[in-house]
Each structure stands twice: as structure tokens, then as C-alpha cells.
Design a protein around this ligand. Structure first.
Ligand code: PLP
Length: 499
């Protein structure tokens, strides 16, 4: 497809504006352009066609099934968009005085209360803008807490699982902690013996997602929590997989002290491509004094922002956080009401249905009931037919599906991580199974179909690492760099999730 600059013809216009008769603005000489900007010149229908065509090349949850493990790509109810566009929310200015923003403050306060209940903990800050920022904020809280009790110097290490999402070790490093990784045992749980050997008086805490990125609930979670608490350490819950357990089990009851909740996953929000998101953190009472300011509080019947928190770690984001995300999540939760746990029950049911139908065609590294997602492996397909998880993923695109997450978690070779979510009907799941089974047959009968996939898409195989790391987002006119000669080994790699 041609770029809009390549379609441009000098002198063409999308519209003509009336000549203005206002005096020319006085712009200092040194700030004035020497030449007019080189904008593309096209008639309006061509502009409309260009962008409409571009929009049809996008794949989203609204165009098809999107089983991208760990990302929880569920349907976003349209009523939430209506609610977020209500003038009282949409037109609110972040500097609005509190008495003119009581509705918005009340919504945030109520959302905090709900998240506390869901997490089984005592206090909440809505500020962090994503799960990863929640992680960093949570680690800053740990540091503030240990400094407060005089153990700041002593506790310098955070333990994570070898299945952890890439943001976990990144946050640990950014927060200035050392990282210690614990192995996974044969059932997909944290290896408790390895863990015991690693937890001591230097351990600040554990960072764990439960269910794990293998889609498995840790069967020893209470024992794990005890090991850390006995050593005086804290437990951080990466809530990216909360869609599996809402209203069924609570991180606070499992023993976690700090939780982030990926609002954009569990409680719906159009997301992908980096945002927008929300990563509120919820904590045990003893950590409340350190939460970011301002806190949204209720005084009698009045809601206000409380900045008077002398032990707070300070602000982690502008104003009070991503407000539009709060409105959508609040609407989503209220639509379920007390039946919220049905959301998780159906997510788990859908995942187990897919697992049961696919387990014979692909390898299943951990043979257990899964939670809201599961990890298969294309190991045997690779050994016997030379096709990889990447080939399976690319072939799925020819069948009209977004590929699952692949090559993650790192402990599973040729991993395919599948998360259907609760919003898919059985017919969709069955059609996806048919495609996966057909691909497994193709791998046996005609593996080139997979190796050359995708065959039906506007572009074939891309060097995804280069596309991410050397993205050209500016038209270069005469100096458009030619990167075609730069063929790295990255061509066959998928940018790893969270890497
Ligand atoms: C297990 C896990 N932890 C943490 C994160 C980070 O969350 P966010 O993308 O909101 O920063 C993700 C994101 O996909 C994840 O899957």
C-alpha cells in the first residue's frame, strides 16, 4: 500500500478555507518557518479512502477472536463508551475544584472500595497507569516500609519466578533491588525447596502472579506466603491474571500484601499497542501511609483529595490517574454486580474447554486443569516436521485469528499461550479449535504451508524486532533510509512478550 506522501499530487486539496481577514500574528523572525511544511496534497475522497483502507488492515477484538495469552483481550461493552462520554466526565478538567467534581471523586472512591474488596486488602491508590507502573510503585512502597522500620539497608533482594513476565525483573531493577529467580517445579508451581534456600533476612519480598503465566494456580501459595512472612518479607501480587479468580479467591487471603490490578485487562478497556491502561495498587493497612498522593477520601458526605500524607512516596502520575479507564472499569464491574465471579468462572471454563479439545494435537507441558489460560508447546511439531510455534502463529492469521502469545513463558520451549476470555461463545471456540487442529494436520502433511505463512495477509513475515526497535514513523522525503539490506537473525524471532 502506498504511503499518503506517495499518493500526493502538487496542488490537490481536500477543502478550501475562506481567506481570513485577521491581522497576521506577530511571530518572532527566528521562530518563523522559512518554507511551508511539506504536507501531502490529496482530494478529500482519496484522504478518506486512504485512512479507511488503513483501518481495515488492523486486527482487533471487534474484528475477530484474539486469544493473546496474558493480555486478556475481552469484549469491551459499548455502554461503557457511552458512560465515559457523558459531559460530566468527558469535559471535566483535571484542575476542577473538588466541589465541582464530586461525582468523579465519588466514582474513584467507590472504585477503590471495590478493588479493596476484590483484592482482600485495606487501601488503594488508583494512580499507576499500567500494571508495570503498579509494580514499580509497589516496590517503592516496600522500600519506604523497610526504611521506616529500619531495615532499608538490609533488605536488598526481590524474588521472582522463572515464569515471570518481563516487566517483573525490569521493575525490580528500576527500583534498585537485586533479583533472585526461583525455579518452577514439575507441576508448574514455585519450587518450594529452591525458594526456601533463597529467602533470608536480605529478602525484601516476592513478586508473583497467581495463577502464573503458565495459567496454573500455585498449589502451595499459603506455604509460600508463610516462608516470606516468617522472614519478615512482603509479598507482591502481579494482578495481570486476576481475570481467573475475581470473586473466587483474593490475593490478600492468599497472603499477598500489595496487589496491582490491570484494569484494562480484568475490567475491560480498549487496549493494546501500549495503552491506555490503569494499574491501581491495593495494600495492607500497614503500607497505607506510603501510598501515592493525593488519596481520594470520603469525609462525611463529601469526597476530596488528601495530600496530607507525610510518609507518602509522592506522586507516580499526573493528577489522579487515567480517569477514563476508571469510568469504564467502574461501569463494567457494576454491570456484573454481585455476580462478578461469573466473569472468572466462565473465563476458566472457556480455557479448559479449549485445552481439552487441543491437548492431543499439541504438547501439554503441565498436565493440570488450567485457570483462565493455558500453555501448549509446538515442541513435537518442531522435532518431527520442522515447524515452530512462530509458524503455527503465522498460519493462524491465514485462518483469520490473532495469534496467541508465543515463546512465553520462557520455561516452555515453543510455547503457545492461549487465553480465550469469558466473552467468547462456544461456536467461536469450536471454530478456533478447528483451525488449530487443521494447522497441526498441515504441519504433518505439508509443512511449507506453515513455514510460508501468512499467505493471505497484506504483508508476509516481518522482522518484528527491527520493526519495534527501528520504527520509522516519519516520512523522510529524499533522505528516507533504506534498511532493506539489514537482515539480522532477528527476522525469525518474535519480539518476546514483556521483553
Ligand atoms: C503477567 C504480566 N505481568 C505484568 C504485565 C504488565 O502489565 P501492563 O502491560 O499493564 O504494564 C503483563 C502485561 O501483559 C503481564 O502479562
Amino acid at each position: 500500500m502506498e504511503l499518503i506522501y506517495e499518493k500526493s499530487k502538487p496542488g490537490r486539496r481536500a477543502s478550501t478555507l475562506p481567506r481570513y481577514d485577521l491581522p497576521a500574528a506577530e511571530v518572532p523572525e527566528e521562530l518563523r518557518r522559512a518554507e511551508p511544511p511539506r504536507l501531502p496534497e490529496l482530494a478529500e475522497p482519496e484522504v478518506v479512502r486512504h485512512f479507511t483502507e488503513l483501518s481495515t488492515r488492523n486486527f482487533g477484538i471487534d474484528t475477530g477472536f484474539y486469544p493473546l495469552g496474558s493480555c486478556t483481550m475481552k469484549h469491551n461493552p459499548r455502554v461503557n463508551e457511552r458512560v465515559v462520554m457523558l459531559p460530566g466526565f468527558k469535559d471535566l478538567h483535571p484542575h476542577q475544584e473538588e466541589d465541582g467534581a464530586q461525582g468523579a471523586l465519588e466514582l474513584m472512591w467507590r472504585l477503590q472500595e471495590i478493588l479493596q474488596e476484590v483484592a482482600g486488602l485495606d487501601a488503594c491508590s488508583l494512580q499507576p497507569a499500567a500494571g508495570s507502573q503498579g509494580e514499580l510503585t509497589g516496590l517503592m512502597l516496600m522500600r519506604a516500609y523497610f526504611e521506616d522500620i529500619g531495615e532499608g539497608e538490609q533488605r536488598d533482594t526481590i524474588v521472582t519466578a522463572d515464569t515471570a513476565h518481563g516487566t517483573n525483573p525490569a521493575s525490580v531493577t528500576m527500583a534498585g533491588y537485586k533479583l533472585d529467580k526461583v525455579a518452577t517445579d514439575a507441576r508448574g508451581n514455585l519450587d518450594v525447596d529452591d525458594l526456601r534456600a533463597k529467602v533470608n533476612e536480605r529478602t525484601a519480598g516476592l513478586m508473583l502472579t497467581n495463577p502464573s503465566t503458565l495459567g496454573l494456580f500455585d498449589e502451595n501459595i499459603e506455604e509460600v506466603a508463610k516462608i516470606f512472612h516468617d522472614a519478615g518479607s512482603l509479598l507482591y501480587y502481579d494482578g495481570a491474571n486476576l481475570n481467573a479468580v475475581c470473586g473466587i479467591s483474593r490475593p490478600g487471603d492468599m497472603g499477598f500484601d500489595i496487589v496491582h490490578i490491570n484494569l484494562h485487562k480484568t475490567f475491560s478497556q480498549p487496549h493494546g499497542g501500549g495503552g491506555p491502561g490503569g494499574g491501581p495498587i491495593v495494600v495492607r493497612r500497614k503500607l497505607e501511609p506510603f501510598l501515592p498522593v493525593p488519596a481520594v477520601v470520603k469525609d462525611g458526605n463529601v469526597f476530596r483529595l488528601d495530600y496530607d500524607r507525610p510518609d507518602s512516596i509522592g506522586k507516580v502520575r499526573g493528577f489522579t490517574g487515567p480517569f477514563g479507564v476508571f469510568v469504564r472499569s467502574y461501569a463494567y464491574i457494576r454491570a456484573y454486580g454481585p455476580a462478578l465471579k461469573e466473569m472468572s468462572e466462565v473465563a476458566v471454563l472457556n480455557a479448559n474447554y479449549l485445552l481439552a479439545r487441543l491437548r492431543d494435537a499439541y504438547d501439554l507441558p503441565y498436565d493440570r486443569l488450567c485457570m483462565h489460560e493455558f500453555v501448549l508447546s509446538a515442541r513435537t511439531l518442531k522435532r518431527e516436521h520442522g515447524v515452530t510455534a512462530l509458524d503455527v502463529a503465522k498460519r493462524l492469521m491465514d485462518y483469520g485469528y490473532h495469534p496467541p502469545t508465543i515463546y512465553f513463558p520462557l520455561v516452555v520451549p515453543e510455547a503457545l499461550m492461549i487465553e480465550p476470555t469469558e466473552t467468547e461463545p462456544k461456536e467461536r471456540l469450536d471454530a478456533f479449535v478447528d483451525a488449530m487442529l487443521a494447522i497441526a494436520r498441515e504441519a504433518e502433511e505439508d509443512p511449507s504451508l506453515l513455514r510460508d505463512a501468512p499467505r493471505t495477509q497484506p504483508v508476509r513475515r516481518l522482522d518484528e524486532v527491527k520493526a519495534a526497535k527501528r520504527a520509522l514513523v516519519k516520512y523522510g522525503f529524499d533522505e528516507h533510509p533504506d534498511l532493506s539490506g539489514e537482515v539480522g537473525e532477528a527476522r525469525q524471532l518474535e519480539a518476546q512478550k514483556g521483553a
